[in-house]
Design a protein around this ligand. Structure first.
Ligand code: PMT
Length: 404
């Protein structure tokens, strides 16, 4: 089936051994009906010839800023406007570094910087290069810039070492591209509220009660919903993640009470809400205006009072909106999650357990079970939080469709 009919894809190829797979990936895109323009780095041409790529794509391959025979300037701006999606496969550590830092010294990077379309990157490199803090820092930067990373797989690498760094197989990259186009419009016209991160409850001007939530889970959900076309209000506690998707309106808050006010306001107009924030259940009864001095006390007793339950409050007045909560549990996980879903008036609850080392606070991965009030239950394996967000949004869309 021509799943990519009429789509314009810029296929960026950088200089790694996995470039041999790019010819097959290009073939898969063409067979699926896409029009593909290849942009290759000078080193990429050492691994695969432009002749092969232009024969497969039916277009001259772009590599240099100027065409060798005519001296004509290749416009990266036009290419950036033409593309519906840019896929860089393989992306070497060097290309990833240049993308993250805007080092525009070849056609692939200038095209990336000019691209108005979303961008996907399939890294490929040796395991130590992949694990290096600098590569990981650059990957995080790209993610914050809205680039979708197709994580490399594990296995035997070109160096004969075994580990993570192998470019994802072309069939899987094709599947991700097909999903991208099919889901792109699936939430257009919908408004979704997402809460993320921790809340901080102030004791005095320098101290607070908080928790370890990084916001990674909630931000991944907001990004995925926005990529599907939804208008997202992301109400977040204090985190160090940035957002750039124009479909996301970000509201920064500090305390549970502030989060409640912002969430209630956004809830009015939304079709669904996903509450992934780790909201403090208690707050100090008094906030001291000046710093508490150690010399003035023998010890310190803090009286804490209950914070409002944001989820339960929204649950009481949700009407026909779909309300999704999270349950972070340490014991009797399943029973506690179901009880929480009922108590808070949720339609669906995403259970993650702190007993699982691949789940929970500040990790890049999570392992969840989605429990719905229609009795359906799905246990997923541990995945990157971005992929968990895909599963949660798929479940939400399924519920929306069945309520229609
Ligand atoms: O941010 P990360 O580092 O990526 O970590 C992600 C996460 C572990 C924070 C996330 O996956 C998660 O589990 N979020 C919910 C954490 C939590 O507070 O769980 P809970 O079981 O205490 O709360 C249940 C639900 O009620 C949650 O949807 C919560 O947002 C909501 N709640 C809780 C208390 C409160 N006062 N108001 C609420 O709305």
């Amino acid at each position: 089936m021509q799943t990519l009919k009429g789509k314009h894809i810029v296929l960026g190829i950088s200089g790694g051994i996995a470039a041999y797979k790019s010819a097959y990936l290009l073939r898969l895109f063409i067979k699926a009906g896409a029009e593909v323009q290849v942009v290759i780095t000078p080193n990429g041409k050492e691994f695969i010839t432009p002749a092969t790529l232009s024969a497969l794509s039916g277009k001259p391959v772009v590599s240099e800023f100027f065409a060798a025979n005519t001296g004509e300037w290749h416009s990266h701006v036009d290419l950036g406007l033409w593309s519906d999606l840019m896929v860089i496969a393989p992306a070497t550590a060097s290309t990833i570094g240049k993308m993250a830092n805007g080092v525009a010294d070849n056609m692939l990077i200038t095209t990336y910087l000019s691209a108005k379309s979303p961008v996907m990157v399939a890294p490929a490199m040796d395991l130590d290069m992949w694990a290096h803090p600098s590569t990981q820092r650059n990957i995080r930067t790209l993610e914050q810039d809205g680039v979708e990373i197709i994580q490399p797989g594990s296995g035997e690498l070109a160096s004969h070492l075994t580990g993570k760094g192998r470019m994802e197989e072309p069939e899987e990259i094709l599947r991700r591209v097909e999903c991208f186009f099919s889901r792109r419009e699936s939430l257009r016209g919908k408004r979704i509220l997402v809460t993320a991160g921790p809340t901080y409850e102030d004791i005095d001007p320098v101290r607070f009660i908080g928790n370890y939530s990084s916001g990674k889970m909630g931000f991944a959900i907001a990004e995925e919903a926005a990529q599907r076309g939804a208008l997202v209000t992301l109400v977040t506690g204090p985190v160090s993640i940035e957002t750039s998707n124009p479909n996301i309106e970000r509201v920064d808050v500090r305390s549970a009470r502030q989060m409640m006010e912002a969430a209630e306001k956004a809830f009015e107009d939304c079709d669904a809400a996903i509450l992934s924030a780790a909201v403090a259940d208690y707050t100090p009864e008094f906030r001291h205006d000046t710093k508490l001095k150690r010399e003035n006390t023998d010890g310190l007793e803090l009286r804490l009072v209950k914070n409002p339950d944001i989820a339960a409050g929204l649950g009481e007045r949700k009407g026909d909106r779909i309300l999704v909560g999270f349950a972070l549990e340490t014991d009797h996980e399943h029973d506690n999650a179901i009880a929480k879903m009922r108590r808070k008036g949720l339609d669906m609850i995403v259970l993650n357990s702190l007993r699982n080392p691949l789940a929970g606070f500040n990790k890049d991965t999570n392992q969840v079970t989605v429990i719905r009030n229609d009795g359906k239950e799905t246990e997923y394996p541990a995945k990157e939080k971005k992929e968990v967000a895909v599963d949660i949004l798929d479940q939400l869309e399924d519920m929306m469709a069945s309520e229609r």
